[in-house]
Design a protein around this ligand. Structure first.
Ligand SMILES: Nc1ncnc2c1ncn2[C@@H]1O[C@H](COP(=O)(O)OP(=O)(O)O)[C@@H](O)[C@H]1O
Ligand SMILES: [Mg+2]
Length: 417
């Protein structure tokens, strides 16, 4: 077998931190041998925007996309390379465009997940379309917003049906707040959703391919403190349930780089948000978990290109719904059945085996780099670019401390000064 080279494209916006980390680690990885003795070299490149002929052949085997959710030129290019050229994508632009948070709620409700009661209400201000007045006069029924809110029960959340970055999300305690928020929603289509009050844990799970990190998230704190560094904040059963929910959603929609938010109250796990096309992986928010995220991204991308994992644009909804629709299965039995489908989709066993046999050096590689002066420079530059001048020293110390903790737990010493 000869040598094969693979190119990974990064479709980036304003981020510098994780792309630099990913590029550095990949450049240090060296060639990977496959099971039949062939050698694979994997390199990465940042993708630039330009006009494209629909018959152009892309040079990329895989693209990590961070732009398509708001920038349509690359989104349409991604669809072209997916449909015509079998380029492997993190994530599918098709499901992200059509399966907003709303559709994800619907699918997960049918599968029996504990999505809080959710009602979609008509726009406060109509869409700009000359047909609207006639259509609405003929077909729109009057509705009583207060009555709907009362039936959902206060407090509740009003939030956009398509979600994202907490924009337009309000916690509503009474009718006055309800009307204020509805008036402010303008042309955005909104959900009213029962609030999970008094939850004990907000679990945010970041999934990259077959790997998931379930983290204790504290949304009420400033950005740099939101991810708590703690390991046993869920019972093993609930931890596994949260992982299964995340993997299920990702396998169902073909999302391979996504974060999922689940609120835990008592022994119940309520998934509330899980269509995040470009999940937060910033060094200054993930800190302690950043080395894991970079390792997982590296491993998953390399696994996909070296094993020639085929991109799957088609959905398998029927197989999931057949389980969800069964009345003889309990919630736990359904979860177990979904887990099998999701593990199969992500080839969890084959991936683990690949990591053990082909990528055994990744942990050490990442540790070496994280403890280097090169990484420290990235940390310092990232803080300088993201925080006002008078906070630089404090935050450089803060993040060095958290990274240092990660390093110490691996039994090594950081050169972080
Ligand atoms: N049903 C709910 N119960 C309790 N808190 C909620 C609920 N829905 C949203 N929230 C809170 O509001 C935040 C933003 O809502 P979310 O659905 O995650 O929107 P976005 O897509 O903008 O992130 C959540 O992180 C959570 O803190
Ligand atoms: Mg959210």
């Amino acid at each position: 077998m000869g040598d094969t080279s693979h190119l990974i494209g990064l479709l980036l916006g304003t981020e510098e931190d994780w792309p630099t980390a990913f590029e550095t680690l990949l450049s240090r990885l060296g060639p990977i041998a496959d099971a039949s003795g062939g050698r694979h070299s994997v390199t990465t490149e940042r993708i630039t925007m330009e006009p494209f002929d629909l018959r152009d052949k892309p040079r990329y085997d895989l693209v990590v996309d961070r732009l398509a959710y708001w920038y349509f030129l690359p989104r349409e290019w991604l669809k072209k390379v997916a449909l015509m050229d079998d380029v492997y994508l993190l994530n599918s632009p098709f499901t992200f465009q059509s399966m907003e948070k709303h559709a994800a709620y619907c699918a997960m409700l049918r599968l029996g997940l504990k999505v809080p009661r959710t009602v979609l209400v008509p726009h406060k201000n109509p869409p700009d379309n000359e047909r609207f007045a006639y259509t609405a006069a003929k077909y729109n029924l009057p509705f009583d917003l207060d009555e709907i809110a009362a039936s959902v029960g206060y407090p509740l959340f009003m939030k956009p049906y398509d979600g994202g970055q907490w924009v337009g999300v309000s916690h509503i305690r009474d009718s006055a707040e309800l009307h204020r928020a509805y008036d402010a929603s303008g042309q955005r289509l909104m959900h009213l959703q029962a609030s999970i009050e008094g939850y004990e844990v907000f679990a945010r799970s970041l999934s990259i391919g077959a790997e998931t990190m379930v983290m204790h998230f504290r949304p009420e704190l400033p950005m740099h403190e939101r991810y708590a560094v703690t390991h046993d904040f869920l019972t093993p059963e609930v931890g596994d349930e949260v992982l299964t929910i995340s993997r299920l959603i990702n396998a169902f929609f073909r999302w391979e780089f996504n974060s999922c938010e689940t609120l835990i109250r008592g022994s119940d796990a309520y998934p509330i948000d899980y269509a995040n096309a470009s999940p937060d992986v910033a060094l200054t928010s993930l800190h302690y978990y950043f080395p894991w995220a970079m390792s997982a991204l590296l491993r998953w991308c390399v696994f996909c290109v070296v094993t020639g994992r085929r991109p799957r644009l088609d959905l398998d909804t029927r197989r999931y719904f057949e389980i969800g629709d069964r009345e003889d299965l309990s919630y736990a039995e359904k979860l177990a059945a979904y887990r099998e489908l999701a593990d199969e989709y992500f080839e969890v066993d084959r991936y683990r085996d690949f990591c053990d046999s082909r990528l055994p050096h990744v942990d050490e590689l990442v540790l070496d780099w994280i403890t280097s002066a090169d990484f420290d420079r990235l940390l310092v530059d990232t803080v300088r670019a993201g925080y006002p001048h008078h906070e630089h020293e404090r935050f450089i110390g803060h993040f060095r401390g958290l990274i240092g903790q990660w390093v110490r737990e691996r039994g090594a010493t950081a050169t972080l000064s």
